[in-house]
Ligand binder design. Structure first.
Ligand code: KG4
Ligand code: ZN
Length: 351
């Protein structure tokens, strides 16, 4: 079932054509990073305008790259939340117009479910079988950080086991990078600089060290970095900057993976999936592979291009639902909140 996916929840305008096996026919992403970098973060109003300018060319490029026409497409999937309202609206309107004009079925996809299912997508540089169900997923993005148990690809079969009490992991990377004058987005820069540093040279707090829950907290670590910079003066010495990035990244990674592996072992689940923008982090990927080998747990990580925002993951998540006959034509609701949150916050399943 060929599905056109559209994603405009934040600062990427994306469209892709994917089928139910995770085969990716096209995958187009227009990033707005340059627009927002000067402001040190995403400016919602500018994001909406940029989406409006780019949605049609991005959609056309996705069909062209796939070698398809709209008439070849069986259904449409669009991110309907969570995200910036004005930004979401551009993608939803585009998708609804296409669906209405060509009488195609359409579904609104939870952006987080898209991230959780990205590990099923094929990529020419990645030769890995799809994860087996059930799996434990660590979802780490700019807006969310949580551990889920995924029993099936359906929304109702996904249970949140723990989440962050304050900042998301990506947000912590971005805020620390801003504090260190490294620009936006901070994750990729810190990732690069951390590789040249020694995490042992600058001791920073390990988040929630004494807490046994599956919750996270990164605001203390962020404050710790700010205090360190205040008391040690400007980071003139490059090596000190590398060491600080290495120490910060190591502590975030240990906190994330410690709880994820704890969840996998407590739930007796043999597969761990990493998802979301922060899952592109090299330190996180390497350490997960090490711990996976130690505990005999399979680690499945999407290609880095499918960790950060993209429309292929939305197309895939939507495709599975379209295949089951779902169709929200004429009644697709947009939501700044996540449908996944509404399901999991009911306290269903194991905690
Ligand atoms: O999933 P995503 O593209 O967008 C959201 O849904 O939020 O995630 C973006 C976040 C940003 O905070 C960015 O700094 C972070 O992912 N990120 C990284 C890396 N690449 C992107 N964080 C750490 N290391 C990276 N290599
Ligand atoms: Zn995302």
């Amino acid at each position: 079932m060929l599905t056109l996916g559209i994603e405009t929840s934040c600062d990427e305008t994306a469209a892709a054509v994917v089928d139910e096996h995770g085969k990716v026919y096209s995958d187009v992403v227009h990033s707005q990073i340059e627009t927002h970098a000067v402001y040190g973060g995403v400016v919602p109003e500018l994001a909406s305008r940029d989406h409006l300018q780019n949605i049609v060319p991005v959609y056309r490029a996705a069909l062209e790259q796939a070698g398809k026409q709209l008439s070849d497409i069986d259904g449409i999937a669009v991110t309907s939340g969570p995200g910036l309202s004005g930004a979401l609206l551009v993608g939803v309107q585009m998708a609804q117009s296409l669906a209405w004009a060509r009488r195609k079925p359409i579904v609104g996809v939870d952006h987080l479910v898209g991230h959780l299912l990205a590990a099923f997508l094929e990529h020419p540089e990645r030769d890995e079988p799809a994860p087996e169900l059930p799996f434990i997923a660590l979802l780490v993005s700019g807006g969310h950080t949580a551990i889920y148990r995924v029993d099936d690809t359906d929304l109702s079969a996904i249970t949140e086991l723990g989440a962050t009490r304050d900042d998301a992991a990506g947000e912590a990377f971005d805020k620390v990078a801003k504090l260190l004058g490294l620009g936006y987005p901070g994750g990729p820069v810190i990732d690069r600089l951390a590789a040249k540093g020694d995490p042992e040279r600058i001791p920073l707090a390990m988040p929630m060290r004494r807490q046994s829950s599956l919750e996270f907290s990164f605001s203390g670590l962020k404050t710790n970095v700010a205090r360190w910079v205040e008391s040690h003066g400007p980071l003139g010495d490059e090596q000190r900057l590398y060491d600080l990035c290495a120490s910060f990244q190591r502590n975030v990674v240990e906190s994330l993976l410690g709880r994820t592996f704890k969840a996998a072992r407590a739930q007796n689940v043999g597969t761990v999936v990493l998802a979301g923008g922060v899952a592109a982090n090299r330190g996180l990927r390497e350490r997960a592979a090490e711990l996976g080998a130690r505990y005999g747990i399979r680690i499945v990580v999407p290609h880095r291009a499918h960790c950060t925002d993209n429309a292929a993951m939305i197309a895939f998540a939507g495709c599975l639902r379209l295949k089951r006959g779902e169709d929200q034509s004429g009644r697709l609701a947009m939501s700044p909140h996540t449908a996944l949150e509404r399901v999991t916050r009911k306290g269903k399943g194991p905690r």
